[in-house]
Design a protein around this ligand. Structure first.
Ligand SMILES: COc1nc(N)nc2c1ncn2[C@H]1C[C@H](O)[C@@H](COP(=O)(O)OP(=O)(O)OP(=O)(O)O)O1
Length: 215
């Protein structure tokens, strides 16, 4: 375990919600040598069971639906970065924003541990609109059968990061969470495959208070 992985052992932070896969629990966590901070923000209308997801048009995670976010720039607070990325990527200004999760991602062919701060916003100015980086689209947080009745698509997990299905239940239940996912490198022979195309090697997520986690 490297210095970051040892800080983040499942069970050391909160009650474990999911851990797996069972046939890989014996594998060591990947070794990383630096950590980089990111933000990830989801606009939500709780009373209407609606969430706005953006289709990433370029760069890391292109072609997948996700929240709005990116790298924290030098000299910026994480919260300021979350608001800036939201404005840049969805053209909305956060009014009521709250921290709700912290996720760490490691990739077999990268030395960098991604430290992702997850936020929900429930009040904002302007309506989400397409930008150079993202195409926003409203989805229902209800199961598919019920989502149809409100004429919205349900959350498109097949077209999102594979880890999202693991922590979204905590997120949607308004429980704060912490977790880590390590990704193996892409399967050999896949032409033009990118770092982010590799399969999930090992993961855990726990329901946990974020107060104990330093920024
Ligand atoms: C690996 O699993 C991930 N799952 C989810 N749901 N989100 C992830 C995962 N890995 C990264 N992310 C998020 C974290 C950030 O919000 C973005 C990546 O940020 P990006 O590289 O686009 O950062 P920018 O500063 O916007 O990049 P540019 O330099 O291209 O503007 O993905």
């Amino acid at each position: 375990m490297d210095q970051f992985a040892s800080l983040l052992a499942p069970g050391s932070i909160g009650s474990v919600h999911t851990e797996g896969p069972s046939n890989s629990l014996h594998l060591p966590w990947l070794t990383t040598s630096s950590v980089k901070q990111y933000t990830l923000v989801f606009p939500i209308i709780t009373g209407e069971n609606k969430i706005c997801l953006g289709l990433k048009k370029r760069g890391f995670g292109v072609g997948r639906y996700n929240g709005f976010g990116g790298k924290v720039e030098p000299g910026e607070t994480v919260l300021d970065a979350a608001k800036r990325e939201l404005l840049e990527e969805a053209n909305i200004t956060a009014i009521k924003i709250s921290s709700c999760g912290r996720m760490y991602f490691a990739f077999e062919n990268s030395p960098v541990l991604m430290d992702v701060h997850v936020y929900r916003i429930e009040e904002w100015e302007q309506e989400p609109e397409e930008t150079e980086e993202m195409l926003p689209k409203w989805h229902s947080t209800l199961p598919a059968a019920q989502a149809e009745s409100v004429f919205l698509p349900s959350i498109p997990f097949d077209n999102m990061w594979p880890d999202d299905e693991l922590w979204f239940p905590l997120f949607l239940a308004k429980k704060s969470f912490v977790g880590r996912v390590d990704f193996n490198k892409p399967v050999d022979g896949e032409k033009n495959s990118k770092m982010e195309d590799g399969p999930m090697r090992k993961w855990w997520f726990a329901e946990a208070s974020l107060d104990s986690m330093k920024a």
